[in-house]
Design a protein around this ligand. Structure first.
Ligand SMILES: [Mg+2]
Length: 159
């Protein structure tokens, strides 16, 4: 099964007071923009992989997939795929008249999407995709994600 994560305010939290993973070594930071990675991310991804989940990023930003993949790898996270705004538009906006939802994980074979936005959850209800909402002040966010993933796997909704 496939799970995706939003970046801004989900995995990348600039808010003061949100616990972060240790920053990368200064030498690596010469090569990449080391954004504040939310504490618990590498361990959560490891546990998801152990359960057989593919880990993806789905962001409405235009960060480069190669750069995000490298940044996460240096934090110990392997990424199986990424959808940025550009890929989303290419896949879902075939004409300028198309008004797809801001994200549509199901269109990329993603079974569960994790996001801080309640709007995305509501879009999920309308367009038939599963969203787990976690906010930056959610201290138990990794447990919440695992719980939602396990629940979905139990229901056998995925592929
Ligand atoms: Mg967000």
């Amino acid at each position: 099964m496939r799970i995706s994560f939003d970046l801004d305010d989900t995995l990348v939290c600039y808010h003061a007071g949100v616990p972060q993973e240790p920053r990368l070594h200064w030498f690596l930071r010469l090569f990449i923009h080391d954004e504040p990675l939310r504490q618990g991310t590498p361990e959560l991804m490891r546990q998801l992989r152990q359960r057989g989940w593919e880990v993806w990023v789905y962001t409405t930003s235009n960060r480069s997939p190669a750069a995000v993949r490298r940044w996460l790898r240096w934090h110990g996270v392997l990424l199986d795929g990424m959808v940025n705004q550009d890929a989303h538009d290419r896949h879902l906006r075939r004409s300028p008249q198309d008004r797809p939802p801001s994200k549509n994980p199901a269109a990329f074979g993603i079974d569960l999407h994790v996001d801080d936005s309640d709007g995305v959850r509501m879009e999920g209800e309308q367009h038939g995709f599963q969203v787990a909402v976690v906010t930056p002040d959610d201290r138990d966010w990794t447990a919440k994600v695992l719980c939602a993933a396990d629940e979905l796997a139990r229901r056998g909704d995925g592929r």
